[in-house]
Design a protein around this ligand. Structure first.
Ligand SMILES: *Cc1c(COP(=O)(O)O)cnc(C)c1O
Length: 333
C-alpha cells in the first residue's frame, strides 16, 4: 500500500496532536484516555473532512473542474470545509443543505457552519427533509454542466473511496506517533456517520496489521445499516489501494445506542459529554458527531466495557464551530 500514488493537495496541519486526557481519565476511573486531535486539522476551524478533501480536491483539479458541489445537513461541517478548500484553491463552491432537524432558530439557520459557508463565498440552496440528497446533488450538478461549467460533485461527507484515503492516511499517522512515543492502545473510538472516516481507518489499521480494534459510535443509521455502509466503503477503498481482503466483516463494529431522537438532535448524554470534555480537558466537542461519539465512550467506560488498565484513544473529528448554531439547546450563563 502506498498512498503517494494518489494525487493530493495539502490542506491540513499534519500530524494532528495526540494528547493524554488525565483529568477525564481520573474522573471516570476507567481506562487511560487519549485523544487524536483531528479537530486541529486547521482549515477553517478544522475537522475530519479536511483529510478527505486533500484527495477529493486533487481529483477535482486533475479533472479540470472549475467548481465543486456538495450536500449535507444545515450545520454540515463537511459543507463548511469544502467551501473553505474551494476558496483556497480558487474554485467556486455550491452547497445544497437539507433541513434534517426541523430547528428554526436563527443561530441554527445562519450561525456556525452556515456563517462560514457564506464567508468562504459558497452559494447555498436549501431542501426540505427526507429527499434523496445524493440525487439532488447529481441533478443540480447537471444544471451547472448544462450552463457550460465544469462541476465536480463531492458526495455527502466526502465519503467515497477517494475521500476515505484521507483516513487511511490518518491510521498511518497515528501508528507512526505510537511508535515514536512508545505507546500502544487497546481500543480506538470514533464517531461514524457517512462512513468514510470509519472505513478509511479500518482499511489503514488492517493493512498495517495494527491490531487495534476500532469502534464507531453511530450518529444516524441503525447498527446493521451503519456497519454495512462502512464495510462496503472499506471494500471499495481496499480495491482502490490494492489491499483487498484485509478487512473482514467482523472488523467493522458500530454501536448506535447514543443517537437519541435522531441525526443532529443532541441527546442528554451528548450534552453531558460536551460539558465533561469542556470542563475537564478544555476540549470542545460538537453537538452532532463528536459529542455523541464521546457519550458512547463515557457510557461504555461506566459500564465496564473499557476497563482500568487499558488505554483508549478517541478520535476527535471536530465540529465545535457548530456549537454556535446550537445555542438553543446548550446551557447559558
Ligand atoms: C462528518 C463528521 C463525522 C463523521 O465522519 P464520517 O466520515 O461522515 O463518518 C464525525 N465528526 C464530525 C465533526 C463530522 O463533521
Amino acid at each position: 500500500m502506498h498512498l503517494s500514488r494518489f494525487p493530493r493537495v495539502r490542506l491540513s496541519h499534519l500530524p494532528t496532536p495526540l494528547e493524554a486526557m488525565p483529568r477525564l481519565t481520573a474522573l471516570l476511573g476507567g481506562p487511560e484516555l487519549w485523544i487524536k486531535r483531528d479537530d486541529c486539522t486547521g482549515l477553517s476551524t478544522g475537522g475530519n473532512k479536511t483529510r478527505k478533501l486533500e484527495f477529493l480536491m486533487a481529483e477535482a483539479l486533475a479533472q479540470g473542474a472549475d467548481m465543486v458541489l456538495t450536500q449535507g445537513a444545515t450545520q454540515s461541517n463537511h459543507a463548511r470545509q469544502t467551501a473553505a478548500a474551494a476558496a483556497k484553491l480558487g474554485l467556486d463552491c455550491h452547497i445544497i443543505l437539507e433541513d434534517r432537524t426541523g430547528y428554526n432558530e436563527p443561530n441554527y439557520r445562519m450561525n456556525g457552519n452556515v456563517l462560514l459557508d457564506v464567508l468562504h463565498g459558497a452559494t447555498i440552496e436549501n431542501r426540505g427533509p427526507g429527499l434523496d440528497m445524493h440525487a439532488e446533488l447529481l441533478a443540480v450538478t447537471e444544471t451547472f454542466r448544462a450552463k457550460g461549467r465544469r462541476p465536480y460533485a463531492i458526495p455527502g461527507g466526502g465519503s467515497n473511496p477517494t475521500g476515505a484515503l484521507g483516513y487511511v492516511n490518518c491510521a498511518l499517522e497515528l501508528l507512526a506517533q505510537m511508535v515514536d512515543r512508545g505507546l500502544s492502545f487497546d481500543h480506538m473510538v470514533t464517531a461514524t456517520g457517512s462512513a468514510g472516516t470509519h472505513a478509511g481507518l479500518i482499511v489503514g489499521l488492517k493493512a498495517l496489521n495494527a491490531q487495534l480494534p476500532l469502534l464507531g459510535i453511530g450518529v444516524r443509521a441503525p447498527k446493521d445499516k451503519q456497519e454495512e455502509n462502512v464495510f462496503k466503503l472499506a471494500q471499495a477503498t481496499e480495491e482502490k489501494l490494492g489491499t483487498q481482503g484485509m478487512v473482514k466483516r467482523e472488523d467493522v463494529v458500530a454501536n448506535c445506542d447514543y443517537i437519541g431522537q435522531g441525526y443532529g438532535i443532541p441527546a442528554d448524554s451528548t450534552l453531558e459529554a460536551i460539558d465533561l470534555f469542556a470542563r475537564q480537558e478544555a476540549i470542545l466537542l460538537d453537538p452532532v458527531y463528536s459529542g455523541k461519539g464521546a457519550a458512547g465512550l463515557i457510557d461504555l467506560i461506566r459500564k465496564g466495557h473499557f476497563k482500568k488498565g487499558e488505554r483508549v484513544v478517541f478520535l476527535h473529528t471536530g465540529g465545535a464551530i457548530g456549537l454556535t448554531g446550537y445555542t438553543h439547546v446548550l446551557p447559558h450563563a
